[in-house]
Ligand binder design. Structure first.
Ligand code: SF4
Length: 879
């Protein structure tokens, strides 16, 4: 099979495991929920996945991404050897060159001319070594992480309110709350196992759910109340709620007096009539908030990825502090992270504005850290945050950049500017798993790193729970652990003694010991009890929650022990520009992860959304002449990108939304992060991705086509293309302005061809000598194209009938299952709708009739949506 993908399979029961093969307990590679996994190696690069019933984050549950991790452990696209330019190099040669370049850069321009840009994909041990090297030995603060794009505003809000970046809740609080507010979080798609936990609490104890979000997502559709705010309307709404609680006499005055410092007159100054949503909705929201003191507010990227993200976090925290709804079971403001180890990075100093272990840059803290590390060059001040870092690369202040485990050419806002900066950089080192990311293509030196399933270390999830990620598979090629690469590099820079770590356990012990400094400076991050773990204890480390359930319960971390209410005011979210009358939001898909380097290789996960869709309200579609399924070009002051149009009323009128996942490897011109401006929150440096002035125009290609093929297609210059993984190959969608010459596109073999020149239809199937299909192209200028599913499946068939292949459908029609909803069982929307019309009126009845939703459960909200769309007469007729 090309690419070495493994087939999806249901989890193994204990009795089904190959004899003598034990499941290895590890942690999911993807989101900040941090689900425990039991992985069983079933062959060469083949792993079976099941949820770890003993892991307190997920109790055995996994979402679709975690369930299908086994499809992503193949070696397709892997970087397996060090590379200098396009030439293979030895490790010694590559690291010598990198060290020479860094030494030379520092000698000529000082330590602030070098930088690391790291990632929430790194393990805590990798992060720790990178941070120690940069801030203690190279002598610059210039290490920042892509977590800056994810939760830096929540971290800044914690620091302002509590005096330390501490999440005051755990997942147990979700189980115990009577009311959960989700702010800027499509939990059902982005943190699906948390969503299932919320759903379980609603079923078990009637927990009320409010979703505050400009979009009517699958999460919002399930809520008791959806508050459709304008983009960046959060601060106004939470300030109004605080004022309303004041008017209703629900502020906790004794808690405020004992535990909080409140800016003089702040709460009394807040108006109750400036809430940015209609009055009945606000009244319903206020009634629920007033009625249920056991309240958790879970907030995520929708709040954080904003030019006012820190103020949003503090507006949420203010409400909890003022009502005393914090540090008790079922209560608290709860920031949930996007990446698996964003929290671990925060703990060790992966953000440019923290030194290490939650310590800052005061003279005393710097001196203590320098002493602990025996560091010769402790940095003097915070380094450049991500957006400023790439500006510095662009204008030549930073001349040496090492990017680890991330793809900023795609994921940063104003990504074309970042791409230009990377192209200008005098020395760009990239250590990564994938050989050919959009960033790696620009690197002078590429270093092969270990992937999930090969790495060994720890991660910390959103609730502060440290879990082990364990190696399942041997290192492929010459790939090495990030921490080991860094230690080797440090040795070449002359600091081998301080980086003489021989295992992740060594590093973890040093990190845990270093948290004695946090304690000494009054912080709650305290892992000192783990500083003496021996290798066996580290190897067997069970998931553990640092700080306990409510670590701020005794006192806050500010010197007076009090929390701070922060006087935040609603700012206009507008970046008014008449040339860009719409507002662009960016979001995530249920079954894709970041820039698709892993999930994009999974045929199963790729079924859910095969293309990047531009979601647009029907009124805007009419106004801008957009057609359902057509193409449209979205432009902002930063750039342009092309997407397939999806007309839906889940967007507010005037708002657009596109997914952030697609890269140049998966589509031409659909990189959403070309579009957001590099405007940042003043406190956190986190860029706003969610509210960019934009315009849209329809794109009218002269022809459209799709292509199924076994191997990567060699595409000519086209107006637009997008590709997605299918079993045994790829499915390409194509559109062009100029005529297409299929000869350069299709492989050698026996050609079968049909054409209808009047309608501009052309169909070509290419078969191998054994009759198996190698590729099929279906092109039209004015007509419709056949369904993709049957044609895609023909790559798996050993032979194909020519007339059927050219027709793009079987001689005997098979039912069209429709767009896939349940990827685990391959159940489409038409199948679900048919079951509903045949009498299945509940999600459990649909599950029984179709199997949809019976494995990971990630599709259950979509099934509920489909059921709600079935016209009543159909259901009545079925009854
Ligand atoms: Fe992985 Fe899904 Fe759990 Fe997130 S919710 S950690 S993606 S299994």
């Amino acid at each position: 099979m090309p690419g070495g993908s493994t087939c999806s399979a249901p989890p193994l029961s204990a009795s089904e495991r190959p004899e003598g093969v034990e499941a290895i307990r590890t942690t999911c590679a993807y989101c900040g929920v941090g689900c425990g996994i039991r992985a069983t190696v079933t062959g060469d690069r083949s792993v079976r996945i099941e949820g770890d019933a003993d892991h307190p984050a997920n109790f055995g549950k996994l979402c679709s991404k975690g369930t299908h991790l086994g499809e992503t452990v193949g070696l397709e696209g892997r970087l397996l050897h060090p590379m200098i330019g396009q030439s293979r190099a030895g490790w010694g040669e590559a690291l010598d060159l990198a060290a020479d370049r860094m030494r030379q850069t520092i000698a000529e321009h000082g330590p602030d001319a070098v930088a690391f840009y790291v990632s929430g994909q790194l393990l805590t041990e990798d992060y720790y070594v990178a941070n120690k090297l940069m801030k203690g030995f190279i002598g610059s603060g210039n290490i920042d992480t892509n977590s800056r794009l994810c939760m830096a505003s929540a971290a800044a809000a914690h620091n302002r309110a509590f005096g330390e970046d501490v999440v005051p809740c755990t997942y147990d609080d979700l189980d115990q709350a009577d009311l959960i507010l989700l702010v800027g979080s499509n939990t059902a798609w982005c943190h699906p196992v948390i969503w299932q936990r919320i759903e379980a609490a609603r079923t078990a104890r009637g927990t009320k759910l409010i979703v505050i979000d400009p979009r009517r997502t699958e999460t919002a559709e399930q809520a008791d109340l959806h508050v459709t705010i304008a983009p960046d309307g959060d601060v106004a709404l939470f300030n109004a709620l605080l004022a309303e609680m004041r008017c209703r006499g629900l502020l906790n005055k004794s808690y405020l007096a004992q535990h909080c410092d409140v800016p003089s007159g702040y709460i009394d100054s807040l108006a109750t009539n400036d809430f940015g949503v209609d009055h009945p909705t606000f009244a319903a929201l206020a009634d629920l908030v007033a009625a249920y003191p056991r309240m958790v507010t879970l907030f995520s990227q929708g709040a954080n990825q904003s030019r006012s993200g820190t103020d949003k976090g503090n507006a949420i925290i203010n409400l909890h502090l003022a009502t005393g709804r914090i540090n008790r079971p079922g209560m608290g403001p709860f920031s949930i992270t996007g990446q698996p180890n964003a929290m671990g990075g925060r703990e060790v100093g992966g953000l440019a504005n923290t030194l290490a272990c939650h310590l800052g840059f005061s003279a005393e803290e710097r001196a203590d850290v320098a002493l602990f590390w025996n560091a010769p060059n402790i940095c003097a001040e915070p380094g450049l945050k991500a957006v400023d870092l790439f500006r510095a690369v662009h204008d030549g202040r930073v001349k040496f950049l090492w990017v680890m485990a991330t793809n900023p050419a795609v994921s940063m806002p104003d990504a074309d500017f970042v791409r230009e900066a990377l192209a200008r950089c005098e020395t760009l080192v990239v250590s990564d798993v994938i050989a050919d990311t959009d960033t790696a293509r620009l690197a002078h030196i590429r270093l092969p790193a270990l992937a999930w399933g090969e790495k060994d270390g720890t991660v910390t999830n959103s609730e502060r729970r440290i879990s082990r990620q364990r190696a399942l598979l041997p290192a492929p090629g010459e790939a090495r652990a990030d921490w080991a690469i860094l230690c080797d590099f440090a040795g070449r820079m002359g600091w081998s003694e301080s980086f003489a770590f021989t295992s992740p356990a060594d590093i973890f012990r040093e990190f845990a010991g270093m948290t004695a400094l946090s304690v000494q400076h009054g912080k709650v991050l305290d892992l000192t009890a783990l500083a003496g773990l021996d290798y066996t204890a580290y190897a067997e480390l069970e998931p553990l929650l640092w700080g306990g359930a409510h670590p701020l319960g005794r006192r806050f971390i500010h010197p007076d022990g009090k929390a701070r209410l922060i006087a935040v005011s609603a700012q206009s979210g507008e970046l008014a520009d008449p040339a860009y009358p719409l507002r662009l939001n960016t979001g995530r898909y249920r079954d894709q992860w970041h820039t698709m380097t892993r999930t994009g290789l999974s045929p199963t996960l790729s079924q859910h959304r095969r293309e990047a869709l531009l979601e647009v309200h029907p009124a805007d579609a009419a106004r801008y002449g957009l057609a359902q399924g057509g193409l449209a070009s979205v432009s902002t002051r930063a750039g342009k990108a092309i997407f397939r149009v999806e007309i839906c009323d889940s967007q507010r009128q005037g708002d657009l939304c596109v997914p952030m996942h697609w890269t140049d490897s998966f589509a031409s011109g659909a990189r959403a992060n070309r579009l957001p401006l590099a405007e940042t929150d003043p406190h956190s440096g986190q860029p706003g991705f969610k509210n960019t002035p934009a315009n849209v125009v329809a794109v009218h290609p002269s022809w459209r086509a799709f292509l199924v093929c076994r191997d990567d297609a060699n595409l000519p210059g086209l107006l637009w293309w997008s590709r997605s993984r299918i079993k045994h190959g790829w499915l390409y969608e194509l559109a062009g302005a100029a005529d297409l010459d299929p000869a350069g596109l299709l492989p050698d073999g026996q050609w079968l061809e049909a054409a209808d020149l009047k309608h501009g239809m052309r169909r070509i199937a290419v078969q191998g000598q054994d009759g198996a299909l190698l590729a099929a192209l279906y092109l039209t200028r004015t007509g419709t194209l056949p369904p993709r599913e049957w044609a895609s499946e023909q790559l798996c068939a050993t032979t194909g009938s020519g007339p059927e292949l050219l027709a793009g459908r079987p001689a005997v029609p098979v039912p069209d299952r429709g767009p896939v909803v349940c990827v685990c069982h391959g159940v489409g929307s038409h199948t679900i709708q048919s079951a509903a019309c045949a009498g299945a009126t509940t999600i459990d009845e649909i599950a029984k009739a179709t199997q949809a939703g019976t494995n990971c459960g990630s599709c259950r909200p979509a099934i509920v949506r489909l059921l709600s769309e079935i016209p009543e007469p159909s259901l009545e007729a079925a009854e």
